[in-house]
Design a protein around this ligand. Sequence first.
Ligand code: ADP
Ligand code: MG
Length: 701
Amino acid sequence: MNENYLQTPVTYLKGVGPNRSEILKSELGIVTYQDLINLFPNRYIDKTRYYKINELQRGNADVQIIGKVIHIKTVEQKKGNRLVATFLDDTGEMELVWFRGQKWIRENIKLNTPYVIFGRTNWFNGKFSMPHPDMELLAEHEKGIRVSLQPIYPSTEKLSARGITNRVVSKLMQQLFLETKGEFRETLSPALINELRLISKKEAMFNIHFPKDLKLLSKAQFRLKYEELFYIQLQLISKKLIRKQKIKGYPFKNVGKLFNKFYKDHLPFELTSAQKKVIKEIRADLGSKAQMNRLLQGDVGSGKTVVALMTILLALDNGYQACLMAPTEILANQHFKSIKELLGDIGINLALLTGSVKKAERKHIHEQLEDGTLHLLIGTHAVLEDKVQFKNLGLAIIDEQHRFGVAQRSKLWHKNEVPPHILVMTATPIPRTLAMSLYGDLDISVIDELPPGRKAVKTVHRFDKNRLKVFQFIRDEIKKGRQVYIVYPLIQESEALDYKDLMDGYESIARDFPLPNYQISIVHGKMKPQDKDYEMERFVKGETQIMVATTVIEVGVNIPNASVMIIESAERFGLSQLHQLRGRVGRGAEQSYCILMTSHKLSSDAKTRLETMTRTNDGFEIAEVDLKLRGPGDLMGTQQSGILNLKIADIVKDNDILKTARHYAIKILNEDPGLQKEENKKIRYTYAQLMKHKNIWNYIS
Ligand code: ADP
Ligand code: MG
């Protein structure tokens, strides 16, 4: 097909015109023939099935019914009239309703004559009704060519209000195929098409819009989904290759004194083999001349901190400074303390920079960073302030990445001429599928093993009415010397109410666990940082046995003696949050417990979440369930990424297609990085078009 021809503005298509073209543009972003052809149906309706009126169910989708109109009348309403027809078949009656075009209908409809009607039914006033049905005389219907699968196109309220119904879109699509003769340029290489037994582009386009049968439809869908995912992966992977070639990083050539000394004399435990593997991967990155951009995933408690520290030592050994950023002050504090402790007297100058560091101290830190005497800076977002200038920052580690946006990452980047190596650590396991699409341009390391000797946390679900038993359990655990977290939800919209819940909860716990036998800490978002730290500190030191808190403790906090996690109103937490919270316990040698408290009113999603939590401790499995429950759009702000704005594929459902698409994208780029080979000509052409224009589907036709 002639490329330029497909760039024709859709206004020129017969049946469109200026008015319609404007709505098509504002509602669906359709400007050219090409855009229209790439409007794929959301679903298809089985037109071989005819319903009887007594078979209709509430919430029915679109149905096709044969029957007769026996009566028609205008019903007056405050806002305009409506035309109502009584429609019968041999099993019952229903209403057909029109709000627009009533005159034409009244004059043209034939009473007591068999029609085939088609549309969506509503249940209203104890009756089924169908607004604005598609109607065809049965006699005509039997003569005409019938499609067995009718495509239903994406639509909006405005489109249907302006008369651009599904039928109109279908008509336009037919017209477009007529004008273009359905000829579309092939966009994949013959080798790919053969190997995966794909149907041609031309056949796929035809069958996605006018499916001949179910089998061809599913082949068309497969081919187009594959194509969409393939080009996304090709883009991500070639970006990564380019980054590796073009973006210089500081080569860390030496594994030197600090690293070796730490390994020999300071490391308090044997590294797990997963930790060793990851450190090796990181070392390989740092030793190459390219900038490292690595995502380190490891479940809570898997031991990411020590990996971070050893990476830092590699930077220091090569004469560079390093920084480690955490999303909260508590966590930054904790990193600072545990790293300081691990390092002991090894001879590294490190400092903590958070919002609550005093001015004079801050100034001192700035100076030391600039003259290079400060080797390691640990902190919160405060590290990103413009005033903070390093002499030679060689490595930046970001803990709990999803709280730092991409923009912030690039802020770090601009602190030097040569960008520092970047290691992003997250305890939120990202399902592989999603990781491939979101972070396809990052390298990924996974710590998939917990340090030895950990007992899996036992998780149970209890209803509120069993609170007394739960309290007794808490007493028993405290008697054994353990500590307990009790966590309340605090969700932005209902903050005042949540705050009250927290305070009520605190009071009732204080009553059941009275002084002097029991000491209770409380930490929540409304407290001053110093007060928070003070309370946290008391708990860390074991001066208090119970920590009542909101989710501020969600991330990273490590208190091995705490062995019970009670989560109040657990039905209100998301899966990843529940998993994070549970990760706060089970860090010592003792058996730990997580108790999910809920009311009896549970949505089915909430039930699934609770069931998942009590069934498994595997963060990746939990992440997969989460992805299925919430869909990709909701996870981690992925809606901004645009990558998930897919036209036909579905990241969750088309997981397998994604994997093969990625596999082939890698293979092709490995064999032919510049896509110069003759056999990849079609891919090169398509990819070049794609890079020129943002919307992938704009140029895959
Ligand atoms: P996370 O991955 O959640 O950040 P941490 O780095 O805080 O986990 O580690 C959790 C706990 O496990 C810490 O107390 C740490 O000292 C300990 N730990 C880490 N690695 C090992 C190991 N290989 N063997 C034993 N304990 C370890
Ligand atoms: Mg951590």
